[in-house]
Design a protein around this ligand. Structure first.
Ligand SMILES: *[C@@H]1O[C@H](CO)[C@@H](O)[C@H](O)[C@H]1NC(C)=O
Length: 240
């Protein structure tokens, strides 16, 4: 038994020399990773130039949300209400209008089908509704979380090393986002890949630790489900 404990400590230590310390430390207060499925979600450009990876819900007033939305180009009469988008589409900001990091500027907007919109997921997390009962922010701000990606290879912008070229649907308020104008340059590799207890491997751009709580949303035929899991391991084989 003692040997086993010692061996696992040793394993942890040798892991520690290979990757940044923050990645392996198990903090007392486990962090929360909200995972999005990149095969059915449209979170834009997190790893493109200087977009924040860790987010803080600050319980913004409606006027603050409108201000953030407008600065991102999602104000009233925005491009998503017009051709080639229109009915069924919504304008989605990143960073989200619900987080403090939106005020750092550099927001992008993307037109997404309403069913890809993650507003309910975030709203439930912030207010501890549904699957988040007794978890989540419980309506108290500031409330921090980080985002994770499942099936990250299915959407270029979810990848650890994305090609940040505009796919045509990444805009700033002033127009299409450009690599040249540095709206869309690539950050250095960030974060890492982690295994959750259910077995999936997720990619977390802001980094995570063993023990962190992880939530995943799934949208199947209009049905929205959230499941809770925990990070149990670090995937070193996955190049970032
Ligand atoms: C995100 O937060 C974690 C935990 O506080 C920290 O270790 C990490 O460096 C942060 N990542 C970024 C990209 O700021």
């Amino acid at each position: 038994m003692h040997l086993l404990i010692w061996l696992s400590c040793f394993a942890l230590l040798s892991l520690g020399s290979a990757i940044p310390e923050a990645t392996v430390s198990t903090s007392a207060a486990a962090r929360v990773v909200l995972t999005f499925d990149c095969s059915d979600s449209q979170v834009g450009a997190v790893n493109c130039k200087r977009r924040p990876k860790n987010l803080t819900w600050d319980k913004p007033s409606s006027s603050k949300q409108r201000e953030r939305s407008s600065k991102a180009g999602c104000g009233s009469g925005n491009r998503c209400s017009k051709s080639p988008y229109g009915t069924g589409y919504q304008c989605d900001e990143f960073p989200f209008k619900s987080v403090r990091e939106a005020d750092q500027g550099r927001q992008l907007n993307r037109c997404v089908l309403a069913r890809y919109n993650r507003r309910q997921y975030l709203r439930d997390y912030y207010n501890s509704y549904g699957e988040f009962r007794n978890k989540g922010c419980d309506k108290n701000s500031p409330c921090r979380y980080t985002i994770g990606f499942k099936n990250e290879k299915q959407l270029e912008y979810c990848k650890a090393r994305p090609n940040c070229r505009n796919d045509g649907n990444e805009h700033t308020k002033s127009g299409p986002a450009t690599v040249h104008g540095n709206d869309m340059g690539v950050d250095g590799p960030a974060g890492g890949h982690y295994r959750v207890a259910a077995g999936d491997v997720i990619y977390v751009p802001g980094g995570a630790a063993v023990g962190d709580v992880e939530f995943e949303e799934e949208v199947d035929d209009e049905e929205y489900v959230v499941s809770e899991d925990r990070i149990v391991g670090i995937e070193q084989g996955e190049a970032i």
